[in-house]
Design a protein around this ligand. Sequence first.
Ligand code: PLP
Length: 382
Amino acid sequence: MGRPATATINLDALRHNYRIAEQLSGSGRVMAVVKADAYSHGAIACATALADIASGFAVACIEEALELRVSGIKQPILLLEGFFEPRELAMIDQYRLDTVIHHQSQVDALLACPPGHPLRVWLKMDSGMGRVGFAPDDYRKVWSQLHPLPFVKDIVLMSHFACADEPDGEHARQQLTTFNRYAHDLPGERSFCNSAGLIAIKEARGDWNRPGLLLYGVSPFTEAHGIEQKIRPVMELSSALISIKDIPAGSSVGYGSQWIAPKTTRIGIVAMGYADGYPRHAVNGTPVFINGHRVPLVGRVSMDMLTVDLTDVPEVRIGDRAILWGDDLPIVDVAKSADTIPYQLLCNLNRVPVHYSGGSPGMDDLTALADYSSEIPVLFGK
Ligand SMILES: *Cc1c(COP(=O)(O)O)cnc(C)c1O
């Protein structure tokens, strides 16, 4: 069996969460955001598990998109940042990808290399995120430039929230107002919402919504909200106790001797460290779930191991499972203790073997997932 660290991905939970996103979307459709290898859940596995129900998928770059296409995904696949180089356009055309257009240089490239097939573009406005997108004042001009092009099939009007996870929603509403002021009379579908927007900003729900984190069963909000009761965590990160020892008051634990036992303490060592993606900055007291108890992390997280105080857990044994996050321990709690967000914890996952359960009816055993890498076209040669 080897090292006990494992990430278990529950694809039934993923499907459940997709259905929740659909309910929130009302008559709008859900584009499942599976960028960054589906937040480390495995993009091909997750897209395959959603293939019979999802309306589309969104990724960060063409490499991620092609991986999905060659694995058999037929739905629209959207490049959330569009293309980075004009020569990607031939692939976008050949593999029928949707692209965001957020900059004039992309419009110019499209005009210079018109695709052969009808193309759906997602025209992005910077309504207050302050990152990519056309300034509101330029938005209509670009729309008018794209609209008459014979190969432009649809223009989806799109923007992205900066603060949809904030309790008052004030900034998000200002963004929506800006977006509507400049785009209200333009024809075409609308898309504004990430997970937090979809859950919290009802009036922003559009023809297409783009949840990521929500699908993985994690609330985008730092405080209790209610949505976490409805969704189910998809990933469980776990390992096992590989050593247990009693140490006297005054002994130190781990690198830097940064934790000193205040009394006789039973210490457990778990095979999980920052090389696996567990946050090194998790403070003393960060919860770990063992045998039905939340126990506190003590001492610094090292590369391959971490240490917990087992004094209050009766009958622990070497080999007992330790849950780092999952159903029994919300990842949000761990993120707070490490001064970060669940997104980063998920995306940092590394080295641990990933196992799958559930999925769509008739789906093959994903533990033996096919390797499609040889079928992915070599993008640009040398
Ligand atoms: C990543 C991303 C999303 C998904 O965000 P979540 O907060 O995970 O729901 C939606 N839209 C865009 C443009 C993104 O880059």
